[in-house]
Design a protein around this ligand. Structure first.
Ligand SMILES: [Zn+2]
Length: 67
């Protein structure tokens, strides 16, 4: 079972399925997750917490500001 944490409440959430959808930036892998509190979300896989795929795209950067 693939799990992550709920963006809403932070509880353990199960990844129900993953699929690849076309977007203007190219294919993006989406996942539907549902947490123990019954929240559910359709999210880009890259934005899931604890998936081991943290590319940095959806994470705020502390400190350095490029401009
Ligand atoms: Zn939740």
């Amino acid at each position: 079972m693939d799990t992550t944490s709920c963006p809403e409440c932070g509880a353990l959430a199960e990844v129900l399925w993953r699929d690849v959808a076309a977007s203007t930036d190219g294919p993006v892998e989406l996942a539907k997750i549902q947490c123990l509190g019954r929240h559910w979300f359709l999210l880009p896989v890259a934005s899931l917490a604890g998936s081991g795929r943290n590319s940095g795209a959806a994470r705020p950067r502390a400190g350095a500001t490029p401009l």
